[in-house]
Design a protein around this ligand. Structure first.
Ligand code: AMZ
Length: 311
């Protein structure tokens, strides 16, 4: 068991815990809690602690975060977006603003694995726009070639396709458009495949967007996510579309709001472009961070990111 004093160094002086055990403050403002008591701290409380810490970082350091010790709780997930058989990145999800980074998506997925990626995120961009998978052969090849698990989205609209993907070795399937348009499918998919189903909450100006992000809905992120929890969804990916592919920064406030609203794992995406962003997301209590453009432009070095997060 990891002592919490390593998990949350430099705790604000105002912090108080409702936990029913002694908490000692050390000379360097860490919380020292006996290892035996650490088990009693719920995941929820850990998240609240991280959020307090995040507030303090923003207030005192202009957003610059430096910490001696952090625990690797966040999973760093490289994205491989496929369009017309190639590995590409789009700017804010715009199909007109595409950069081709690799001709062979299998090769790049293997490269991320060899650099230590614990999981690979695969999107069939043609599939998301067309409403059915268009790059199934390549996805099957990647899932077969990798040892690490994969999650796949883009154009998945029925149970048969979900089952087919899971049979080819994909670990998790992502539903976006069909989650909005076909709640019955979500309920049935969760009933049959449970943790293998992820719903993506891809937002433009706070509203969920579907059909390759080309159609904005009336649904607000939080209310949509809550309705999905009711249907049995156990994990979500949040992407702020206006940040995606921009190398700016993640929408920390929207992510915090979602983490607070839903007591389930959230994977953050969109705008992650520095090691600092990863450290901050780690503190916010997200389960994972999907990195796309910044890995391809080398703004983030995957090995360095993995090392930073597990220090
Ligand atoms: O970049 C885009 N325009 C885009 C994209 N990356 N459009 C959809 N997607 C991804 C979603 C999710 O992973 O983030 O496709 C998946 C959802 O697809 P669908 O077909 O279920 O809405």
């Amino acid at each position: 068991m990891i002592p919490l004093c390593e998990l949350i160094p430099y705790i604000p002086r105002t912090f108080s815990t409702k936990a029913n055990f002694p908490v000692n403050r050390t000379s360097n403002d860490s919380l020292a809690i006996q290892t035996d008591h650490v088990k009693a701290i719920s995941q929820r409380e850990r998240i609240l602690i991280r959020q307090q810490l995040y507030g303090m970082i923003m207030a005192t350091n202009n957003g610059e975060f430096s910490s001696g010790k952090e625990t690797a709780t966040i999973e760093i997930i490289p994205a491989v977006d496929i369009r017309k058989g190639k590995c590409v990145r789009l700017y804010q999800g715009d199909y007109e603003q595409e950069t081709v980074f690799y001709n062979d998506p299998v090769e790049v997925a293997l490269e991320w694995q060899s650099m230590g990626a614990p999981r690979v995120h695969i999107v069939d961009l043609d599939g998301a726009a067309a409403g059915s998978l268009c790059n199934l052969d390549i996805i099957t090849e990647i899932a077969g070639a990798l040892l690490v698990p994969t999650q796949v989205g883009g154009g998945i609209r029925c149970l048969d396709v979900i089952e087919q993907l899971l049979k080819t070795g994909v670990e998790r399937v992502i539903l976006g458009t069909s989650a909005v348009e076909d709640p019955t499918l979500v309920r049935e998919a969760c009933r049959s495949f449970s943790e293998s189903i992820i719903v993506c909450v891809d937002t433009k100006r706070g509203h969920v967007a579907i059909h390759g992000w080309q159609q904005e809905t009336e649904l607000k992120a939080i209310e949509f996510t809550r309705s999905m929890v009711e249907l049995g969804v156990k994990r979500f990916i949040h992407t702020d579309i206006s940040r995606d592919g921009t190398l700016t920064e993640p929408n920390f406030s929207a992510i915090t709001e979602l983490v607070n609203a839903v007591r389930l794992p959230i994977i953050a995406a969109g705008g992650i472009s520095s090691l600092n962003h990863l450290r901050m997301l780690n503190q916010l209590g997200v389960e994972g961070a999907i990195i796309g453009k910044a890995l391809y432009t080398r703004d983030i070095n995957l090995k360095q990111a993995l090392a930073t997060i597990s220090q």
